[in-house]
Design a protein. Structure first.
Length: 245
């Protein structure tokens, strides 16, 4: 992986034309989120025109678990989903790789620092899992889905959000211009330019929806479904853990 000098003269692992892979990607992602944590919420709200708030609430609604459920929010960042889960009457647990993001978590949920590909949680111990906007940051999605199949109890539910690729060519074109040109400028003004240049490029890591649905079904979520939200700006995967065979 190549790295390049930044405007501040220092080199950062995510400031690269290439998309990092494997352990280099894990390190780059952790350092990047540590760096952008203080302004993460502000930039998110501005760049999505607060649609991100609506997408997370929809994910919690479609999780469709009874109040009082224990829900592990994976790649929890600053705790937005944990706040929505608590508002819905659930007992959220926050888990993230980045110490900076966990430090900025203001949800009050118990926090765990871990790589979500290796969850420090017993088999079948949670009623549900949520994950917001992190699938593209992971090095191995089938391993992640298998971890979900391991930790979610039979009958438990998952709701996973990530950025989408709109199907309508006009919306896709507008979205490409917005994320490719405008978001990096907003990021540069308010936070970290290379991190917000990485954002549109990182969508390339995401497999096709059909592939993710097939992988989730193979991991034990027999009714896994994929939805596009807001014309495809965001995608949502949901599913129920079947009985292990
Ligand atoms: C775009 S942020 C999303 C944060 C939050 N879920 C939200 O909805 O705003 C992605 C988060 O994924 C975390 N992350 C990336 N890879 C991870 C991994 N392998 N294990 C745990 N957390 C990870 C990052 O530290 C970051 O907090």
């Amino acid at each position: 992986m190549s790295t390049g000098p930044t405007s501040s003269g220092t080199e950062r692992a995510w400031d690269t034309e290439d998309l990092p892979q494997g352990e280099a990607k894990v390190a780059a992602v952790r350092q990047m989120f540590d760096a952008i944590a203080p302004r993460y919420d502000l930039v998110n709200r501005i760049m999505t025109f607060r649609l991100d708030v609506r997408w997370r609430r929809k994910a919690v609604r479609l999780l469709a678990l009874p109040a009082g459920s224990t829900v592990l929010d994976l790649a929890s960042g600053t705790g937005d989903l944990c706040i929505d889960l608590a508002r819905a009457g659930h007992r959220p647990l926050s888990c993230d790789l980045s110490f900076g993001m966990l430090s900025a978590d203001r949800s009050g949920a118990p926090r765990i620092q871990a790589d979500i590909l290796r969850l420090p949680v017993p088999d079948g111990s949670v009623d549900g899992v949520t994950c917001g906007f992190a699938l593209r940051n992971l090095v191995d999605l089938p391993t992640f889905f298998a971890e979900l199949g391991r930790v979610v109890r039979p009958g438990g539910r998952i709701a996973l959000l990530d950025v989408g690729i709109p199907r309508n060519p006009l919306i896709r074109w507008g979205n490409g211009i917005y994320f490719g040109r405008i978001v990096p400028r907003i990021g540069a003004l308010l936070s970290d330019a290379p991190a917000y240049r990485y954002l549109p490029k990182s969508v390339a890591y995401l497999p096709a929806p059909e592939q993710m649905v097939a992988d989730l079904r193979a991991a034990g979520f027999h009714d896994a479904e994929h939805r596009l939200l807001s014309g495809g700006l965001t995608q949502l995967l949901t599913g129920t853990r079947g009985r292990p065979t």
